[in-house]
Write a protein that binds this ligand. Sequence first.
Ligand code: SAM
Ligand code: SF4
Length: 338
Amino acid sequence: MKREALKSEKPRLIDSFGRTINNLRISVTDRCNMRCTYCMPAEGMVFFDRAEVLTFEEIVQFVRVGASLGITDLRLTGGEPLVRRDLHILIQQLAGVEGIQDIGLTTNGILLAEQAQALYDAGLRRINVSVDSLDPEKFATITRRDVFHKVMAGLEAAERAGMSPIKVNTIAMRGFTEEEILGFAQMAREKPYEVRFIEYMPLGADDVWEAQKVLPQDEILERIHAVWPLAPVEEADSRAPADTFRFLDGKGKIGIIASVSHPFCDACDRVRLTADGKLRTCLFSITETDIKALLRSGATDGEIGDALVRAVWNKEPGHRINQPDFIKPARTMSAIGG
Ligand code: SAM
Ligand code: SF4
């Protein structure tokens, strides 16, 4: 029997390009206690009414259906996921869903110091904390909140609670990130954190993205390599979005999510559920599947599963950021779930 046939004995979510989907990113809120300049406007952000946002029960029901079809990995995000009350309870419930093997969280870290232990006790191990600058003033400029020290305390609390891996995400924006690169490389060398630079993508609320504002992977690597030589790492999970590099002297790793300069769409294994219950098959999708409508109209698990299978089959081949006909999604990153 062929290997494919053997694998197909298990239900699978597969798209029309042959990619298997096992990763679901769940946005638990579109609200946030920061206003990062590349993500949200300073004022006037309109958020979903609370009634629009999926309840824990609805999220768990959808995850149960997804897991029965092959979803194994979850990541909770937002908005800022830690502003959603009792998030640790959701994590505990999700960890109990049969088939779920891995749960991660992406946070801005403001509320992490006070929640790290409860999150750990609920089963969370894998955490990504976004830190765009190691200079408190620059940090306050880009996030529009003066909370650098709270975020650092959050990282330390995650470490103390025993979370691992801890990844630090930092935006890679020309004119801002250049002078941060070596500081972050040093952090990756000295702390038990993998630092990952994320190329700036056209997903902000203000229409200010330009290709020249992306600080690309090659330039980041060159600057670090000149001081601390690096070598690429073949990750066990070749579908992880970051290209990973280790310091040749053995001190830590850095990653780069080069969505713009080196798109990884061919290996994409993920779909996204927005806080208001829409399924998106790409960050840059211009169509969505209304899962909330199904959940709230009493659809059976079978019907919800069929909608998921259909949406996955129609997953886009890739984003079109670098194409002249690129259409920016109507939602910002915070309303999609980054
Ligand atoms: N609030 C949490 C946080 O900041 O980590 C989770 C949600 S946030 C949308 C997730 C990640 O998306 C963050 O690391 C953030 O820096 C990144 N992000 C937001 N807008 C982006 C953009 N236009 N281009 C690249 N990354 C972006
Ligand atoms: Fe909030 Fe995260 Fe967007 Fe910053 S990147 S405004 S922390 S959702």
